[in-house]
Design a protein around this ligand. Structure first.
Ligand SMILES: [Mg+2]
Length: 190
């Protein structure tokens, strides 16, 4: 089978990592409950920043956020390794900006993810993911972002939502964590 994964906030806990980084950078303590209640992907409103300021802060933080020690969600690496060793194909489809393509690929390798060049797609717009997913004829695709998931409702792929505070309105198969995803995939493939 062919499995596709988004990276940020699907495989790795990027926004929460950014939330802690922003606190340090702005020298401002913000309760984690505020983070967990955010109804949009962007995190800057928790710090009282405007959309413009938030965009600048996000873009100037990317090198740190992407390429240091952003935590992988527990169980994600293990499941992807298991799927690869069981003979399944693993694809990564991330809309990180194109200039981060090579470093992102290398970071995945350093973390131990099963990844090969032909199975790694980076730098597209959110709306372009659906076409890639269709061309690859994926069996499963996992993502967190409503702007992407909304484009996949009629796609011939089993879409699974990685649960986040900003995607709870979506009526799709949903997993809270990666052990749950492992159970779901294993039960469907029996
Ligand atoms: Mg994402």
């Amino acid at each position: 089978m062919k499995f596709g994964f988004d990276i940020d906030d699907t495989l790795i806990n990027l926004r929460e990592y950014a939330f802690h980084y922003y606190q340090e950078q702005l020298d401002k303590r913000v309760d984690i409950d505020i983070f967990h209640a955010l109804k949009r992907v962007e995190i800057h409103e928790a710090f009282g920043l405007s959309d413009e300021e938030g965009k600048d802060m996000w873009n100037s933080s990317l090198d740190f956020l992407y390429f240091t020690n952003c935590p992988i969600y527990p169980g994600a690496l293990k499941l992807l390794k298991q799927l690869a060793s069981d003979g399944h194909e693993i694809f990564y489809i991330t809309s990180r900006p194109p200039e981060h393509t090579e470093n992102t690929f290398n970071w995945l390798i350093e973390q131990g993810f099963p990844v090969q060049k032909e199975h790694f797609f980076c730098g597209m717009k959110d709306l372009e993911k659906a076409g890639i997913i269709k061309n690859l004829q994926l069996d499963y695709y996992v993502d967190d972002k409503p702007a992407v998931l909304d484009t996949l409702t009629n796609a011939p792929v089993t879409v699974i939502v990685k649960d986040q505070s900003y995607n709870r309105h979506l009526d799709l198969p949903r997993v809270k964590d990666w052990n749950q995803l492992g159970d779901l995939i294993n039960s469907e493939m029996k």
